[in-house]
Design a protein around this ligand. Structure first.
Ligand code: XUL
Length: 522
């Protein structure tokens, strides 16, 4: 029997999915929510409060405590961790953890103490900066200048210098606190940090997630010296890897054997980013099917025939865990913005769907929202706060259904406009993430993209993808077979576009783009 564990260390939670490749079953699907389960970290949405709205950090000790809580919960519910043959994981992309040289020794854990207790003294920076941070515009410009221009950074790394990417974030840390940077012996991504913790060994960054740093030369599958030097001194020695995502980075540390009952020798595979893992979990490792993931961030991505780049600079090219590359755009204002509208009008998700499907027409009678509650990354909007255009009741926040329809239409059109550089017009889009259960959101996406939307049986595609990556590496079962069994779609839930709405949304694309230009000059 082969049981494989996929962990998903995401912005707001840590979850575990266990698959059995013999029976095709999901044996465990368990989640720890940072806000509800670990309130002592003061991170209701997974990040720490900061007076600067562009700064977003998280406490990596919260992730470690969540890991112990999750494994203990499984054990206490009678789940037998000893049957697991391999573990891989998925991490929120771009986030980074800064560690001093005590880290390497601390990985030989003492089982009588918690992980957090043992790892806290190893931090050379108290908190981990995460993907929601947009505070590095100056560093992006400096890196572009030093590396020979924006186009050169795009050519090498697949993305222009991006505020949330790890390279610009490392540069900011180096500039703000050079002494702490100097004391930093290792910089891990969320993915490689969590893999290191499980293996009790310094785990390498994988190529899929490594491509989200503005440091990796895609064509060479290695760090690029020009980009490293443009970022901060002696950076190569502070990074582990990059390695292919199928690499075994170690065996489970004795700590997890003693405390939670894992078997000695359990393989720990390199972790990857949540979007590369999701590509696998959604059964989309071949070009042709695009994916929309509706979570804390909304993302649109697909396997690529060849690596093209976005002339506007919002899109990215990451590594496809099954080989080759994938495209991606990420929108920061995802579920938290939808919830802000929901909560403002005291609605539940059924009422939200009803507002979209029954109470407002396509095009929303001309009411339109620029839906950037937080500073946005796609497009780059550094001034937070939604903006409303249209009828009086709407712009004064007195028309609940119109506000709901406006955010749903705006988010869908925003994704459509900013994914057009990928150059594919998919007729099928698979959707995942919490909001993919909402029929109102699905209908608008289907109409705006003119595509049939399909939903998977499993909601956490990143965690599932991590488990499938472990399965492929440990058992050698081919990707196609794994997708057929675990990434099956629910035929009953597919949503088709309504032909009569096509012209309305083609028009809205133009109006929305014009409003972006008028309002933010972009
Ligand atoms: C991708 C991105 C987000 C994070 C968190 O570039 O920033 O999707 O991976 O989910």
């Amino acid at each position: 029997m082969a049981e494989l564990l996929g962990l998903d260390s995401s912005t707001q939670s840590l979850s575990a999915i266990v698959i059995d490749t013999d029976t095709g079953e999901i044996l465990l699907d368990e989640t720890v929510h940072y806000g509800d389960d670990l309130p002592q970290y003061n991170s209701p949405n997974g990040f720490l409060e900061n007076p600067d709205p562009l700064v977003k950090h998280s406490d990596p000790m919260m992730w470690l405590e969540a890991l112990e809580m999750l494994l203990a919960r499984g054990r206490d519910k009678g789940f037998d961790w000893s049957q697991i043959k391999g573990i891989s994981g998925s991490g929120q992309q771009h986030g980074s953890v800064y560690l001093n040289d005590k880290f390497f020794q601390a990985l030989n854990y003492d089982s009588s103490k918690s992980l957090a207790e043992q790892l806290k003294p190893c931090l050379s920076r108290a908190s981990a900066v995460i993907w929601m941070d947009s505070s590095t515009s100056a560093e992006c410009a400096e890196i572009a200048r030093a590396a020979g221009g924006v186009a050169e950074v795009v050519r090498l790394s697949g993305s222009r210098p991006i505020e949330r990417f790890t390279g610009p974030q490392i540069r900011k840390f180096y500039k703000e606190d050079p002494a702490a940077y100097e004391k930093t012996a290792r910089i891990h991504l969320v993915s490689s940090f969590m893999a290191s913790i499980l293996a009790g060994a310094d785990a390498a960054i994988d190529l899929g997630d490594g491509a989200g740093m503005n440091l990796l030369e895609l064509a060479a599958a290695d760090w690029n010296d020009k980009l490293l030097e443009a970022t901060a001194p002696n950076l190569r020695e502070k990074l582990a890897g990059p390695v292919p995502g199928s690499t075994q980075v170690g065996e489970i540390a004795p700590y997890f054997v003693e405390k939670y009952g894992f078997s000695p020798g359990t393989a720990v595979l390199a972790w990857s980013g949540d979007n590369p893992c999701s590509l696998v979990g959604m059964g989309a490792i071949e070009p042709g099917t695009a994916i929309i993931s509706l979570g804390t961030s909304d993302t649109f991505f697909a396997a690529m025939r060849r690596p093209v780049t976005d002339p506007k600079g919002y899109g990215h090219v990451f590594g496809n865990p099954a080989g080759g590359f994938m495209s991606l755009i990420a929108v920061k204002n995802g579920s938290l913005a939808r919830e802000a509208v929901l909560n403002r009008f005291g609605l539940d998700w059924d009422a939200f769907a009803k507002a979209v499907l029954e109470e407002t027409p396509a095009g929303n009678n001309g009411n339109l929202m620029l839906p950037y509650y937080e500073a946005e990354i796609t497009p780059l909007v550094l001034e937070p706060g939604p903006k409303l255009f249209g009828g009086d009741a709407f712009v004064n926040w007195q028309d609940g259904p119109a506000a709901v329809k406006a955010i749903v239409e705006a988010q869908a059109v925003n994704l459509k406009i900013h994914s057009s550089w990928i150059g594919e017009e998919p007729s099928i889009i698979r959707v995942t993430g919490g909001a993919s259960k909402n029929p109102g959101i699905l209908q608008v996406l289907a109409d705006v993209f003119g595509a049939t939307l399909q939903r998977l049986n499993v909601s956490n595609s990143a965690g599932l993808g991590a488990a499938l990556r472990a399965a492929n590496a440990v058992t050698g079962i081919p990707w196609d077979n794994l997708s057929d069994v675990f990434s099956a779609v629910e035929p009953a839930t597919s949503v088709k576009p309504i032909p009569a709405n096509a012209a309305v949304y083609a028009e809205l694309e133009h109006t929305f783009a014009a409003k972006l230009n008028e309002t933010y000059g972009i």
